[in-house]
Design a protein around this ligand. Structure first.
Ligand code: HEM
Length: 90
């Protein structure tokens, strides 16, 4: 997907994550966010067009996406843990 599509996917699924009470729905939305963040690394933002792949700007861009992916993984673990709690309580 192109970068705009990936960003739209992030935005749409972030709003699902924020409003859902369902652990499975959250897990699915986080999975889509993770995939979009990963895919965004294959794109070069317009403002970084022409920058070499090993430039500080491109590295920062990739590091920002990696930070988001790490955050997504933390939230996903919490979501799965709460699902387990619910499963135990049920
Ligand atoms: C959950 C987190 C994020 C959300 C919800 C989000 C959302 C968006 C949205 C809605 C746009 C406008 C897209 C459009 O033009 O239609 C955008 C643009 C952009 N975002 Fe994100 N974003 C997120 C995280 C990030 C991260 C981590 C990076 C990089 C480190 C990033 C880099 C960019 C860039 C470079 C653009 C401009 C795209 C262009 O070149 O036209 N975003 N983002």
């Amino acid at each position: 997907a192109d970068l705009e599509q990936d960003m739209d996917t992030l935005k749409e699924n972030l709003s699902v994550v924020k409003k859902t009470d369902d652990a499975q729905e959250m897990h699915t939305a986080l999975g889509k966010m993770r995939q979009a963040a990963q895919d965004a690394k294959n794109s070069t933002p317009d403002k970084l067009e022409g920058q070499p792949a090993d430039s500080a700007q491109i590295k920062d861009y990739h590091a920002g996406l990696d930070a988001l992916i790490a955050q997504i993984d933390v939230v996903d673990k919490l979501a799965q843990a709460s699902k387990l709690d619910k499963a135990k309580a049920g």
